[in-house]
Design a protein around this ligand. Structure first.
Ligand SMILES: [Cu+2]
Length: 151
């Protein structure tokens, strides 16, 4: 499918944007498509640290939204709740996944309508002052409640 090929190209482009000197790379960023009236979207990605030191991510922002927050989903007494996360530590030579049911990025108040196939720019801010940008495709996922989905 042409659409699928396009998404693959975007993913490759996002990967090649990785800052060689920041020690951090972004793998497979994506944004879950939401109904057009939705003011909140969720984004997921994997942060890969190729450096010898821990890299601390202090924020992830997007010029396509008014605001963004890093969250963590926790289950308390059988109820899923989301807690804001101040920073993410990516271990040296390791990775940290933002995925459904775990850490994720909440994007608030989109500045344009984002349907599947469009892309969102994400900026990863590190505590060393460096930034890394990634292009995340908006993807339609249907079916089960992914907040309770496990691989
Ligand atoms: Cu959240």
């Amino acid at each position: 499918m042409i659409k699928h090929a396009l998404i693959t190209v975007i993913l490759l482009a996002a990967t090649s944007l990785a800052g060689a000197d920041s020690g951090l790379q972004v793998s497979e960023p994506w944004v879950r498509e939401a109904p057009p009236t939705s003011r909140v979207l969720a984004a997921y990605l994997t942060l890969v640290n190729t450096d010898d030191n821990t890299v601390t991510v202090t924020a992830i922002s997007s010029p396509d939204f008014k605001n963004a927050e890093i969250h963590r989903t926790v289950i308390e007494a059988g109820v899923a709740r989301m807690l804001p996360v101040k920073q993410l530590e990516v271990p040296a030579g390791g990775q940290l996944m933002l995925e459904p049911g775990g850490h994720h990025l909440m994007l608030f108040d989109p500045l344009r309508t984002l349907t599947a196939g469009e892309t969102v720019t994400l900026i990863i801010h590190m505590n060393n002052g460096k930034q890394l940008s990634a292009t995340a495709p908006v993807i339609r996922k249907t079916g089960e409640d992914h907040s309770h989905h496990h691989h």
